[in-house]
Design a protein around this ligand. Structure first.
Ligand code: ATP
Ligand code: MG
Length: 387
């Protein structure tokens, strides 16, 4: 928590704190001897069964928020949901919502061709200007419908699609909500449609970036599927219509999209297999500065191996694990090479299966839909309206 967060937090809670504390100053301590388990502002709960004699018992187990750290004899002062506050020892506190130590993913850390990145950022910048265009400039009075930005990331596994989705959400300072097929699909009739509606209602209320990860049942052409999928796509389309946030779809297998959905997709971006140069950057960025790296590790050589980012990540982690297991003083080239070999074996089994759905086929399908009838029809309709 930085100092701005701290003062706004205090400003919000001061009215509650002040009458009780009798003017005590709440300061996070820098005492190095204290091993911090909780941070200022964390939501916590007092451990069941803790009934310290300084506490009158009514708040046991009630969730609260850490309002002060190291405020004297006790470790933390907690404000409970009923407005009471009390000091506690760290041993008496349980997590309620464990704070996620999350490092933000920057757009720079995703290795992707610049033009593709620009395409994505340009689409998303629409969202950043939404308030200005629609509220300040009054376009909301004219356009009653949503202004969703929807992106489709497609490409083989491990090329950074999910990573980019996270980087975009972090860039927009919004939470990324990831939904996979398991969350969407339902055995109950109408269950999937209800889920889609709930997802959008939640995203509208709490401003989120919605990621439908590998939800291929949403990416189908209604003309080519049965009534169940048709209903699902219908629901999706009408929800998008009244949504003004960011939706991202990712898929490994891009088939023929529903023309109506295709029209609503702001940008379709392929995440291709990385080039050698890109692989080198991915390798380099995956090694933390603190990691003990042997000086003979040659990123140029490592980048020769045709691995996607996801496989590079696995290889890096496995190399580090082996080095640590061997109590080696640093991570050596041989650790990386061994790890790559293992990764490649696993990959080969997968690739053999993948060749049955060649990447090339995805490209062809893509081109077909882009220049195909649906698009042509759109253009002629547009021309008709213009002339
Ligand atoms: N282009 C990239 N730039 C930087 N890191 C990458 C890139 N691609 C993959 N990685 C690394 O690999 C990991 C896995 O990638 P990610 O999950 O984004 O792949 P994906 O395309 O979503 O794969 P899948 O189709 O299997 O879901 C990332 O967390 C990241 O560490
Ligand atoms: Mg993914």
């Amino acid at each position: 928590m930085n100092s701005t967060d701290l003062s706004s937090f205090l400003a919000a809670y001061m009215p509650t704190i002040a009458p009780y504390s009798g003017g005590a100053v709440f300061m996070p301590t820098n005492d190095k001897n204290m091993s911090y388990k909780f941070k200022f502002g964390d939501r916590v709960k007092i451990k069941d069964g803790v009934n310290p004699d300084y506490f009158d018992g009514t708040c046991i187990g009630v969730p609260g928020t850490i309002s002060a750290i190291g405020g004297g004899y006790y470790d933390y002062t907690i404000i409970f949901d009923n407005g009471r506050q009390q000091a506690f020892y760290v041993k008496d506190i349980d997590f309620l919502t464990p704070p996620k130590p999350k490092t933000k993913i920057t757009l720079e850390s995703v290795i992707l061709a610049e033009d593709k990145k620009k395409q994505i950022i340009a689409a998303v910048s629409q969202v950043e200007n939404t308030a200005k265009i629609f509220d300040e400039w009054g376009f909301a009075d004219v356009f009653e419908k949503g202004t969703a930005v929807s992106l489709l990331f497609w490409g083989i596994p491990g090329t950074g699609k999910t990573l980019m989705a996270q980087a975009l959400a972090d860039h927009l300072e919004l939470e990324l909500k990831i939904y996979g097929p398991a969350e969407i699909e339902s055995s109950e009739p109408g269950g999937a449609e209800r889920t889609i509606k709930t997802i959008f209602a939640d995203a509208k209320k709490n401003k989120k970036v919605v990621l439908f990860d590998e939800c291929d049942s949403l990416l189908v052409d209604r003309n080519e599927v049965g009534p169940i999928f048709t209903q699902l796509v219908n629901t999706l389309l009408s929800e998008i219509e009244f949504y003004d946030g960011v939706i991202i779809f990712t898929t490994n297998r891009l088939g023929k999209l529903d023309p109506a959905l295709e029209r609503r997709i702001t940008a379709k971006v392929e995440f291709p297999f990385p080039t050698k140069e890109q692989r080198k950057l991915i390798w380099q960025r995956m090694i933390p500065t603190k990691a003990p790296l042997n000086k003979n590790v040659d990123f140029d050589k490592l980048a020769d191996y045709p691995l996607a980012g996801g496989n590079i990540k696995n290889s890096v982690l496995n190399a580090a694990r082996t080095a640590a297991y061997e109590k080696s003083k640093d991570i050596k080239m041989i650790h990386f090479v061994d790890a790559i070999e293992k990764e490649s074996e696993a990959l080969q089994a997968f690739t053999a299966e993948y060749d049955k759905h060649p990447h090339q086929r995805m490209v062809n399908t893509m081109q077909r839909t882009e220049t195909g009838n649906s698009v042509k029809k759109d253009f002629s309709a547009l021309r008709g309206r213009l002339s």
